[in-house]
Ligand binder design. Structure first.
Ligand code: ZN
Ligand code: ZN
Ligand code: ZN
Length: 261
């Protein structure tokens, strides 16, 4: 199976509109981050996690030609508002959207034209249906388990797909969820920046979670413009000299593709 990072930036993306900071002016491709999302696929099946406002750009860049299901982490705009660009993928089929029941209801309320069949089709609308997920489901050869996590005060989902887990926009992992995260090959975890934040793990907090979960490899996503990609690698390398497990952590970047069995 293959995991491709479609985007690895926080809600603003990097560069941030109208920001003149060093990282927003960086010409390094790794410091240019679209909103966070991943595509997980094997030969038969393609699963998308979240539809960012840049989903069209991401789909064209990665030459995505099929989506079989979308897993929603939550309904914040940076994870949802590209939903209309599922249109080309749902011309000949209806695509299931998985997520928490209340959040799927919010998607239906926010985009009534998609789900209300009495609203005219006009030039076309995405053909989608919502399906609440509260336990493991199997799609093709993928076994998908929702991982309940906290994003500040709200309950959202991370997902485990076979031996990969994707947890973004998280500020606390409840005790019960750690059981669902054993024996991972890859953990992708949101790590916003070094400074504290009320709804996201900092880089240090994410490192602590990685130590606790102990995956074979870990990648940071949902980074903000405070963080330079290569400075972060250097920081992790230095820390890795004292704490061995930190050597397996890297910041992800847009377009990074990981392959695993
Ligand atoms: Zn977000
Ligand atoms: Zn900036
Ligand atoms: Zn969020």
């Amino acid at each position: 199976m293959e995991l491709t990072f479609l985007g690895t930036g926080t809600s603003h993306g990097i560069p941030v509109i109208a920001c003149d900071c060093v990282n927003c002016n960086s010409l390094t491709p790794e410091n240019n981050r679209l909103r966070s999302s991943v595509l997980i696929k094997n030969r038969e099946t393609s699963i998308l996690i979240d539809t960012t406002p840049e989903f069209r750009i991401q789909a064209l860049r990665e030459k995505i030609n099929n989506i079989d299901a979308v897993l929603y982490t939550h309904t914040h705009a940076d994870h949802l508002h590209g939903i209309d660009d599922l249109r080309p993928f749902s011309m000949n089929k209806s695509i299931p959207l998985y997520g928490l029941k209340e959040q799927l209801q919010e998607i239906e309320d926010r985009f009534p034209y998609i789900f209300n069949s009495t609203i005219q089709k006009g030039g076309g609308k995405p053909n989608l249906y919502t399906t609440p997920i509260n336990k493991t489901v199997v799609i093709g050869k993928f076994t998908i388990t929702p991982i309940p996590v906290k994003h500040g005060l709200i309950d959202i989902l991370g997902y485990r797909i076979n031996n990969i887990a994707y947890i973004t926009d998280c500020s606390k992992i409840p005790d019960e969820s750690y059981d669902l995260l054993k024996n991972l090959d890859i953990l992708v975890i949101g790590a916003l920046r070094f400074r504290e934040h009320s709804t996201h793990f900092t880089i240090e907090q994410a490192i602590d979670e990685i130590e606790k979960i102990s995956p074979k490899k870990a990648y940071f996503t949902h980074l903000c413009h405070d963080v330079d990609h290569f400075e972060l690698i250097e920081y992790l390398n230095k820390k890795g000299l004292e704490r061995e497990f930190i050597k397996k952590i890297k910041p992800a970047h847009d377009g990074l593709c990981l392959k695993t069995d």
